[in-house]
Design a protein around this ligand. Structure first.
Ligand code: ME8
Length: 541
């Protein structure tokens, strides 16, 4: 449990040069589950979930030009597709920030003047190589190595050809903070003992390894307007705009009051977690932490870099034609099955392989067989034996095992979510589901009915109802619509009436009338062809 009683989480701000794909949806679905989980624990007003779009820079300017549009109109349209996607995937963020918003620009200008006043900014002329797709300068060392080997100078990250440029720019004295950063990363806290953790551990070691092997160069934080005008003009020179990363990272504080609302900033900063993909680890663990240090702001408590989804053994890219559209997948399998798959299939932090076969398998096993059947069988028996009214009951020795699982469930999920171990949280939720399915077999309610053992029969039906209502509550952050559909079939009008943390018997089930509906996850028989007729049902689940 966090001692500070509020939770601020962020996603990266996505570039608006092309439409969102499953990679973007992964980060936001994970953050949505995290935000909903913390809202259950702390209340809605104690959680701040920030997402948005990164709209400046060369890459966007070129994409707008290629589309024959003005950058602002172009970014308005693509930023809109991100918002629509979040609505479609049930991603319930608190604030959507765009780096073209005035309050953000104002915050960026404040960063410039504050750093300048501190003497952490200087101007100098620069010659070197630049990678436009990554919006990054190559280090002198990289260029030296490539030229000495007689190779073409290419970006070490994306491997595309880098452009040679020569210009006067402004630089941020990043190098002066290198030793501070190494110590803070090693200690997992800054010199004031404020936490600053990078997870997974392998990623932290990667950053530390980089910092120990390389001397940090100062960061070039401006671009001459002559080359690029689509950016935030610097307060130091009307001839320059801000480097896109130096602009975008600031969103994490501009969205919570930096430069505009000190009370809000005090309330929310530092962030509890920046969730990012491993591709932008260095920008966050190095540039951003150092920038905060220079500004006199606390470091983020946690930076979590998740893994990469690969498709057909390769990184998704337009040129390879293997980009997976989350809207299509969600339409085929249902939003919640898609959310479930992303969070259950691969431990957060590791790379995952996306395939429809794997998704179908999860759908049929975990959702149709385990959860779907449990609900269906439990409700059918409740109708058959008790006319659809959940009986009051006594806990038997066998049911006590289920009771223990339910009572321990919120704690187990909380511990997993504190480590962003979504797959473990879901495994924990599936444990009582699996146990309850076995419990039906072991207690054979059909025999109890035949033999007139009504008290025992009441226990079975009542216990199943307890497990299912606890499951619905705990599943809500991951599969909100499914959780509500389960609750509604159980006869629970709103999930909020089930108290959190879940406890066996903590809300009176006895006497509740169930409302059995259609199966939530009808099996997909042919993995290549999800049942189109069931699309709507699965989608609304
Ligand atoms: O980097 N697998 O934006 P971006 C998993 N604007 N996650 C993936 C992924 C994949 N195959 N592809 C993308 C930027 N992502 C900057 C960020 S932050 C101030 C500025 C996700 O549009 C993952 O979260 O390239 C990754 O870090 C992010 O999209 C990159 O999005």
């Amino acid at each position: 449990m966090s001692e500070h009683q509020r939770y601020y989480l962020t996603t990266p701000l996505y570039y608006v040069n092309s439409r969102p794909h499953i990679g973007h949806s992964y980060t936001n679905i994970a953050c949505d589950a995290l935000a909903r989980h913390w809202r259950q624990r702390l209340g809605r007003d104690k959680v701040f979930f920030l997402t948005g779009t990164d709209e400046h820079g060369q890459k966007i300017a070129r994409a707008a030009q290629a589309a024959g549009q003005e950058p602002q109109a172009f970014t308005d349209a693509i930023s809109g597709t991100f918002r629509q996607l979040w609505t479609a995937l049930n991603v319930d963020y608190d604030v959507f920030i765009r780096t073209t918003e005035e309050r953000h620009k104002q915050a960026v200008r404040k960063v410039w003047t504050d750093l300048d006043a501190k003497g952490d900014i200087y101007s100098s002329s620069y010659q070197g190589y630049y990678c436009t797709p990554c919006e990054t300068f190559l280090t002198e060392e990289t260029v030296r190595q490539m030229t000495s080997e007689g190779r073409e100078v290419t970006c070490p990250d994306c491997k595309r050809a880098a452009e040679r440029i020569e210009e006067t720019n402004y630089f941020f004295r990043m190098s002066k903070y290198q030793d501070w950063l190494v110590r803070a990363l090693e200690n997992g806290a800054d010199e004031q003992g404020r936490p600053m953790v990078v997870l997974p551990e392998t990623r932290r070691n990667e950053v530390l390894g980089f910092l120990k092997a390389n001397k940090l160069e100062d960061l070039c934080v401006s671009r001459p307007k002559a080359r690029l005008s689509w950016g935030i003009e610097t307060p130091l020179s009307s001839e320059h705009v801000t480097y896109v990363w130096f602009d975008a990272l600031v969103n994490y504080v501009s969205a919570c009051g930096y430069g505009s609302d000190p009370v809000a900033l005090e309330r929310w900063w530092p962030a509890d977690v920046h969730v990012i993909g491993k591709d932008i680890l260095r920008h966050h663990a190095i540039y951003w932490t150092i920038l905060l240090k220079a500004l006199g702001l606390a470091p983020p408590r946690l930076i979590f870099a998740h893994g990469w989804w690969v498709v057909g053994g390769e990184k998704m890219s337009k040129s390879k034609g293997n980009v997976v559209d989350p809207v299509e997948i969600a339409a085929q399998y249902g939003v919640d099955a898609y959310r479930y798959f992303l969070l259950r299939e691969t431990p957060f932090g590791q790379d995952g392989v996306f395939s429809q076969e794997a998704l179908t398998l999860r759908f049929n096993t975990d959702l149709a067989n385990d959860l779907g059947n449990l609900l269906n069988r439990s409700l059918t028996m409740c109708e058959k034996y008790f006319g659809g009214e959940v009986p009051a009951f006594e806990v038997s020795a066998k049911a006590a095992e289920l009771k223990d699982l339910v009572d321990g469930l919120s704690g187990r999920v909380e511990r997993a979510m504190e480590r962003l171990a979504f797959h473990e949280a879901l495994q924990a939720i599936w444990e009582p589901i699996g146990r309850a399915n076995k419990y039906i077999e072991e207690s054979a309610p059909w025999t109890l009915a035949k033999e007139g053992r009504t008290a025992e029969l009441k226990t079975v039906i009542g216990a199943l109802h307890e497990v299912l209502s606890a499951t619905a509550k705990m599943l809500y952050p991951f599969m909100p619509a499914t959780a509500e559909a389960v609750a509604s079939q159980l006869g629970i009008e709103r999930l909020e009436v089930v108290p959190y943390p879940v406890r066996w018997g903590s809300f009176a089930a006895g006497g509740r009338r169930i409302a059995k509906g259609a199966p939530l996850f009808p099996r997909i028989e042919d993995p290549d062809k999800p049942k189109t007729g069931d699309k709507k049902k699965a989608k609304s689940a």
